[in-house]
Every structure is written in C-alpha cells, then in structure tokens.
Write a protein that binds this ligand. Structure first.
Ligand code: AQP
Length: 332
C-alpha cells in the first residue's frame, strides 16, 4: 500500500462472533472491497469487541482466523489494504482507555446497540458492552479515518466517534480527523429471514434467520424458500411487505437489477419461483468466496503471517496517533 499518496482513509471492522452473514457482506464488506481502489483501506477483525458477549475461547480463536481468511476471500487484498486482527494492535485498547475519560455516561446510555444487546444478554450486561462505542471510536480515530463503511446499525457509533473526536479536538487542537460513515443506499440493513422486522445477525440462535457466506447451495436455497413473507403472492416493493422487500433488496444487490426490473421479471409468478431464483443467484454469487476461503484455510501459517504483517503496519500508524494523544493529554 502506497502511504505517501494522499487518498482518503477507509477503516472498518467485523466481529468474529460467528460466520459472516450475507447482511454483513452486503452492508459492509462488499464496500470495503470497492473502496480499495479509491482509498487507503484498513480493515480489522474486531475480536476485542467480540468479548463483550460471552465467547468460548477455542471457538473465538478459530472464528477470528476464519473471519480474517473470509475478508480476504471476499476480496480484501493485503497488497492494497492493511488487514489485521484487532487484539494484535495494542494501541486500540490504549486509546480506548484515554477516550473513556472524554466520553460521557449519559451519551453512552443512549446507544441503541447497548440497549438491544443488554436485553439479549441480560445475564451479562458487562461494562465492555457499555463502552463498546468508545473502543470503536478508538478503532476509527487511531487511523485518522475519513470514511467508515458500515451497515446502518453502526451509524450511531460512528456519530459518537465524531462527538468524542470533536470534544477532544476542542480541548487539544486538531488531533483527530472527523470520520464520516458510508452507508450503502441498498442493503444497509438486510433483515432476518425468520423475522423480517429484525436485522439479520450472525449470532442469531435461529440458524434459519441468516445466510452465512460459507453455506452450501442447498442450505441457502432451503433457507430462502422457508423465509417469512406474506400471503399476497405479489413480488413488489411496498410498505408492509417486509419479507419480500428484503428478498428483493438482496436480489437487487446481487444481480444489479432495479426493483422495477425485478417486479417485471416476476410478474404473474408466485413466491416459489421468486424465492428459488433468489436462492440460486445468492448461492452462485457466494460460491467463489467459499472456494477462495477454503484455499486460504489450507495454509494457516501463511494466513497467520499475513495477519502479523497487517498488525505490524497498522501498529506503525496507530502509534503515531497514540503518542500525539498521550503528549496532548500530559501522559509521560
Ligand atoms: N443485517 C445487516 N445488514 C447490513 N449490514 C449489516 N451489518 C451487520 N448486520 C448487518 C454490518 O456488518 C458490519 C460488521 O458487523 P459486526 O460484526 O461488527 O457486528 P454487528 O453489527 O453486531 O453484526 P451482527 O452480524 O449482528 O453481529 P452479532 O450477531 O455478533 O451482533 C458492520 O458494519 C455492520 O453495520
């Protein structure tokens, strides 16, 4: 990656809390890949974020390396971008601590994800879950990111990162660049197949609610066939047709067809035909990713060396911002 050409910096991450879903891919990772041509990109596996909910250590270790392989399989190119594992760059935790002291309890209490996850994990409402957005602010601000490609569920967190940056800069001068979220027009929130009023999530207990990027063709088709829709038997993008709207969004992103084209394609046809077409198209779309993933996982030593290399590059950049922050704050 050419460091001295001034391109915007793009930063984002994904938690290794399960296998990446079609939602994560369409909402975020797909854009990470396209941004590589116009930005200096930094992408990470957010394993420090993942431990805000209970994780089995062996599974977390496995999921982390697999998630790293998977972003590469999706097209993140370590020759063009810095790709790394968050825990291998200690500056994230260090800056996070400093920013904790510049974030307010009240503003953190308003975070929607904290409220949702507290409900979902009522037996483990840990402080890390509460301060998750501060760690995310550190992730972004460490690299002086201009743009943060995320799904719409993370918009609030990027906004809080901006608030913290603005507050810090107000006290100490221009230390942090102001990041802007990039949220795709189509697919910013892919919905659960089992309940299309809820976001598709990789850690959902209901395996029928999401499509994992590595799933096989039969399973993808079966899940889409079983997905919850309505009884109108009309393929049309309309208010109140959440399930069909979701499938149309997925089909549109994957094929490049507009909603009008999709409506025409399935005029007079039932949901069975439509769902089969969506299932087959999604499966074919994901098949090459799976092949590349399997090839990468065949050489773990190489994968680990790529991660170490990415961490080294990331750390070099992160150290610059962190030492400036320490200096400004008065830390020896
Ligand atoms: N359903 C979605 N549609 C569009 N984008 C989505 N993202 C997540 N779900 C959808 C985006 O994917 C990126 C990585 O997400 P994450 O791993 O950091 O955590 P998350 O947002 O909490 O995603 P999950 O899949 O729901 O994880 P779990 O189940 O662990 O909570 C982010 O940019 C996110 O916006």
């Amino acid at each position: 990656m050419e460091q001295n050409v001034k391109k915007p910096i793009s930063l984002s991450g994904i938690q290794p809390t399960g296998v990446m879903t079609l939602g994560n891919y369409i909402g975020a990772v797909k854009n990470w890949v396209t941004f590589q041509d116009e930005c200096d990109c930094i992408y990470m596996i957010a394993n420090l974020h993942a431990i805000t909910v209970k994780q089995d250590p062996a599974a977390l270790r496995k999921n982390t390396l697999e998630a790293f392989a998977l972003i590469l399989a999706c097209g993140v190119d370590p020759e063009k971008s810095i790709a790394f594992i968050q825990s291998q760059v200690p500056q994230h935790a260090e800056l996070s601590w400093v920013l904790n002291c510049y974030a307010q309890f009240g503003e953190m209490s308003r975070m929607t994800q904290f409220k949702d996850k507290s409900r979902k994990h009522a037996d483990n409402i840990n402080v890390g879950l509460f301060t998750y957005p501060i760690l995310m602010a550190a992730d972004i601000l460490l690299y002086q990111a201009d743009v943060v490609p995320v799904g719409v569920d993370q918009k609030q967190h990027v906004e809080i990162a901006r608030d913290i940056a603005g507050r810090f800069n107000g006290l100490y001068g221009d230390v942090f660049k102001m990041p802007t979220p990039f949220i795709p027009k189509a697919g910013a929130k892919i919905m659960s197949l089992a309940d299309p009023t809820k976001k598709m999530s990789k850690s959902d207990d209901n395996l029928n609610s999401f499509i994992a990027i590595l799933e096989d063709k039969d399973s993808i088709i079966r899940k889409i066939k079983r997905s919850v829709t309505d009884s109108e038997a009309l393929v049309a993008y309309r208010e109140g047709k959440d399930g069909i709207n979701n499938l149309m969004t997925i089909y549109s992103v994957v094929t490049g067809k507009s909603f009008e084209e999709i409506e025409r394609e399935f005029e007079g046809k039932g949901y069975g035909d439509f769902k089969l077409a969506v299932g087959e198209t999604v499966a074919d779309y994901l098949a090459p990713v799976k092949d590349r993933f399997n090839a990468l996982m065949g050489d773990k030593a190489y994968l680990e060396s790529l991660a170490a290399d990415g961490a080294e590059k990331a750390s070099r950049l992160a150290r610059r911002t962190l030492s400036k922050v320490y200096r400004k704050v008065g830390l020896l």
